[in-house]
Design a protein around this ligand. Structure first.
Ligand code: ZN
Length: 280
């Protein structure tokens, strides 16, 4: 049995998605002599659970960790992998060494009533120790892993792990199957263009940082959602609506198509920041 609430799905021989209901997913790729993990999860105890679950698949050591982006729920387990090479985008590194950015996040995490909030005080935020700018290839266990950066989107340093032969991509939080990503740190001027590049990858399956495994149609829908969100906000700005009015119009406009998506009910919390960034 894996950690309660988790489910491990083998997408392809040796390539696993560890889905965590309502929380953050991780990827696991088994190589010839070692293992690569995608995202180290929210706090050290979550990373330790992940390590235990990897041991149920293989005894091989974890040699690589890839941070899809800097957000705490994806990367604050990094310290539990002291022997591993931790790979991320150079902007992910910059965000993770940004003291103010991290203290803001630590405040949010520790002031919540979540079961992990106390542990948030103890996290030793550990940035990647290997970074890249546009792309990096890793040949691991006879597989090609294309690590790609397509521009700013959900954060300034979102990367994708693309397995071209297996037609799989790990998308972090840029795209979810039927879910609205967190918008509070996003770059709405860049995200639609970044999404166009992501959705053009010829894949059959994607694992998001949250939610279920999606197919290529779902990846295209996730892109269309961001386009709709940005277009609708821009239209409201064009109509000289203030931030509050704009939030209402955007929610009204998107509800018929996206109202049932996970997280849509909380979208109002961050629309004002999207508005401000698009107006600037
Ligand atoms: Zn995120």
């Amino acid at each position: 049995m894996t950690t309660p609430g988790t489910e491990i799905i083998e997408l392809e021989t040796g390539v696993y998605a560890r889905l965590h209901e309502g929380l953050t997913n991780a990827g696991i790729i088994v190589g010839d002599d070692s293992v690569l993990v995608i995202d180290s999860l929210r706090v050290p105890s979550f990373a330790r659970d992940l390590i235990q679950d990897v041991k149920k698949i293989t005894e091989k050591p974890i040699e690589f960790v890839i941070d899809t982006h800097s957000h705490w729920d994806h990367s604050w387990g990094n310290e539990e992998f002291p022997e591993a090479t931790i790979i991320g985008h150079k902007n992910c590194y910059a965000e993770m060494i940004d003291i103010e950015w991290n203290e803001e996040w630590r405040k949010k995490v520790t002031s919540s009533n979540d079961p992990w909030s106390e542990e948030g005080h103890l996290v030793n935020i550990t940035p990647p120790n290997m970074t890249f700018e546009t792309s990096m290839q890793l040949y691991f266990g006879g597989r090609e892993l294309d690590l790609k950066y397509f521009g700013r989107a959900h954060t300034s340093g979102d990367i994708y792990i693309h397995l071209p032969k297996e037609k799989i991509v790990f998308t972090g939080d840029v795209a979810q199957d039927g879910g609205v990503p967190y918008l509070g740190d996003c770059y709405p001027n860049d995200w639609p263009g970044t999404d166009n590049l992501l959705a053009s990858l010829p894949i059959e399956q994607f694992m998001s940082g949250h939610g279920p495994i999606g197919d290529h149609d779902a990846l295209v829908e996730a892109k269309d959602f961001i386009h709709a969100l940005v277009d609708s906000t821009k239209n409201a700005i064009g109509d000289e609506q203030d931030s509050v009015q704009a939030s209402k119009s955007v929610i009204n406009e998107l509800s018929p198509k996206y109202g049932e998506w996970r997280g849509f009910d909380r979208i109002g919390e961050n629309l004002s920041s999207v508005y401000d960034k698009l107006k600037a």
